[in-house]
Design a protein around this ligand. Structure first.
Ligand SMILES: NC(=O)c1ccc[n+]([C@@H]2O[C@H](COP(=O)([O-])OP(=O)(O)OC[C@H]3O[C@@H](n4cnc5c(N)ncnc54)[C@H](O)[C@@H]3O)[C@@H](O)[C@H]2O)c1
Length: 399
């Protein structure tokens, strides 16, 4: 089987624990034997982030900015326990956050649909893609606890010292307060990422807010999306796509009623909650992909939505064969390869990526799957080990 030549590079960010074990197997067994592919490799393992004082994470993001296509293995975001476990110099921030700040993109989470796997919400037969605006709102808020009588205000002061102050509440007794913000530039980037992604995937787009209550804050999101839509209107019409703003409560009801097949642009908190709800509704974290798309639509970084699967790694370290689901990680590779194929106009590479995705789906539909998926199918369903799953997929690529 002659190798398919891939002219331009892809940036490959390696990660931690069981996700790294899967990642290396995918690269060495399912990708490199079939593609003449140059990878620009960055080791984002927690030990290398510590050795480089996290410089490797920024370097990797800047390389993706240059090359446009990247893929990332799941990585540890250290908490206090991890700092101790790896004897780290400090509690480094989430690499995903660092990369997102440099690429300024939006994350789109999309489930992989497989007929054989029962869904909790049975009638969701097309994907719901959640786009989360991962900036500001409650995640950058300041809180206050009030323990006596008094007034709480919010105040903006411009550079010349002019003040605009509003009363929030006159406290008679104790209570709590909160202030948060967002910036137009970030909302504008979010809107552009969403419209670009909708055009690329040919899927309609919905934005949800509570602008009936937050008539300035949430209304700004609606206004900005309406403005950006003007630029994309023709392309949407050409592809029979629609864009609509809906109230968050209405949108949640629609999610339950409809059968999927749309992108849902969510504000930060809504996206946090809804992405987990939707992941459960479709079945498994092991079937959820995640793509970071830049506002101009040029840069794409793909990954699996799950973490480093620590409990499986502990078994792996003891030499026990695990049954870890590699599908979302394989799709992280194929989604990045597809993007490379589209940019480079490489039909052979596009066919290879689509074929690999179809083989994975067909293998599961034929009843060969890892334990997490088998448990969802019921007690009769047999499961196989990770290595056995790779062997079947590899065999299918070659025949
Ligand atoms: N994008 C990322 O890089 C990312 C995302 C989430 C968590 N993490 C990191 O991963 C580590 C573990 O975090 P966690 O346990 O919360 O999340 P996790 O996704 O690793 O695991 C959550 C649960 O789902 C199961 N699971 C997840 N993926 C699976 C798969 N492919 N096959 C079979 N079972 C699977 C796990 O066994 C576990 O029960 C943490 O250090 C965290 O910082 C990284």
């Amino acid at each position: 089987m002659p190798k398919i030549v891939v002219k331009n590079k892809i940036v490959n960010l390696n990660g931690d624990e069981m996700a790294r074990v899967l990642w290396n197997k995918i690269e060495n067994e399912l990708i490199l034997p079939y593609l003449e592919l140059k990878l620009s490799n960055f080791d984002l393992s927690i030990t290398n982030r510590d050795e480089t004082n996290d410089q490797v994470t920024s370097d990797a993001a800047n390389e993706i900015k240059k090359i446009n296509v990247g893929l990332k293995c799941a990585t540890i975001t250290p908490d206090d326990k991890r700092v101790k476990e790896y004897n780290l110099k400090k509690k480094y921030p989430s690499p995903n956050g660092t990369i997102r700040n440099i690429l300024k993109g939006t994350i789109f989470r999309e489930p992989i649909m497989i007929d054989k796997i029962p869904k909790i919400v049975d009638h969701w037969n097309k994907p719901v893609i959640i786009a989360r605006h991962a900036f500001g709102d409650i995640y950058r808020s300041k809180e206050i606890v009030v323990n006596k009588k008094g007034k709480l205000t919010i105040c903006f002061e411009d550079e010349d010292g002019n003040k605009e102050e509003k009363l929030i509440h006159n406290f008679e007794t104790g209570g709590v307060g909160l202030a948060y913000f967002n910036v137009f530039e970030s909302i504008n980037d979010f809107a552009n990422s969403c419209f670009n992604f909708a055009c690329k995937r040919k899927v309609s787009l919905f934005l949800s807010t509570k602008n009936t209550i937050l008539q300035k804050y949430d209304e700004s999101f609606k206004q900005i999306f309406d403005d950006v839509f003007k630029k994309f209107k023709k392309e949407f019409e050409k592809n029979n796509l629609t864009y609509q703003h809906r109230l968050i409560d209405d949108m949640v009801a629609c999610l339950m009623k409809w059968s999927g097949g749309f992108i849902w642009a969510c504000k930060n908190y809504d996206g946090d909650v809804m992405s987990d709800l939707v992941a459960q509704g479709y079945g498994s974290l092991g079937l959820m992909t995640s793509v970071l798309q830049s506002p101009d639509g040029k840069i794409l970084k793909s990954e699996a939505a799950h973490g480093t699967i620590t409990s499986h790694f502990r078994q792996h370290q003891q030499g026990i064969q695990t049954s870890t689901n590699p599908i979302a990680s394989i799709f992280a590779w194929t989604r990045a390869l597809k993007q490379r194929a589209i940019i480079d106009n490489n039909s052979g590479l596009l066919k290879f990526s689509e074929n690999l995705e179809n083989i994975c789906i067909e293998t599961i539909d034929n009843g060969f799957m890892t334990k997490d998926l088998a448990l969802m199918c019921g007690p009769e369903q047999k499961w196989i080990t990770t290595n056995e799953f790779f062997d079947i997929v590899k065999n299918k690529i070659e025949n």
